[in-house]
Design a protein around this ligand. Structure first.
Ligand code: CU1
Length: 167
């Protein structure tokens, strides 16, 4: 028969072991499951957060597009028939300041000179006149009448000139 304290000690030890092992068996999977659930909840919350952030971003983008659209709604781009019939091309069309004319031509034989009314009438550019030579010139119309001539080879006198009024 073991001494009473040893029995008590052993019993205590056994009870402790049982409860400990039972605790391990029950608690570990339980806490593990809880941790998994928490992790899933966090991931869901993050996913929802990302989803909301994405929605806000998309909405912001939409608003930005609408604003830009409104800002550029009045401006149009025209491909100019930069030829000896240029003036008849522009007549009857209405333009607005800010509209863009695209002059496409062979730069070896033509140019575009932005002149004033005198230059347009006399087919002469001035030192202040700006000459475009790229062959694909984008010119933004200013308010009033915009005058253009080709200053090469007497083309202006042959009708390669254009007066465009922008409102
Ligand atoms: Cu020309």
């Amino acid at each position: 028969m073991p001494p009473p304290h040893a029995l008590v000690h052993g019993k205590t030890q056994r009870i402790y072991n049982d409860s400990h092992s039972a605790g391990c068996c029950l608690l570990t999977p339980h806490t593990h499951r809880e941790a998994q659930q928490q992790q899933q909840q966090q991931q869901q919350a993050m996913a929802q957060g990302r989803g909301r952030a994405g929605q806000v971003f998309a909405l912001g983008l939409l608003v930005l597009c609408l604003l830009l659209g409104a800002a550029t709604a009045g401006a149009a781009t025209y491909n100019v028939d930069w030829s000896f019939a240029a003036d008849s091309w522009s007549s009857g069309k209405s333009f607005r300041a800010g509209d863009v004319l695209v002059f496409s031509y062979n730069p070896a034989v033509h140019n575009v000179v932005a002149v004033d009314a005198g230059g347009y009438n006399s087919c002469r550019g001035s030192s202040a006149a700006y000459t475009y030579t790229s062959g694909s010139d984008h010119v933004t119309l200013v308010p009033g009448t915009n005058y253009f001539i080709c200053s090469l080879s007497g083309h202006c006198g042959l009708g390669m000139k254009m007066a465009v009024t922008a409102n």
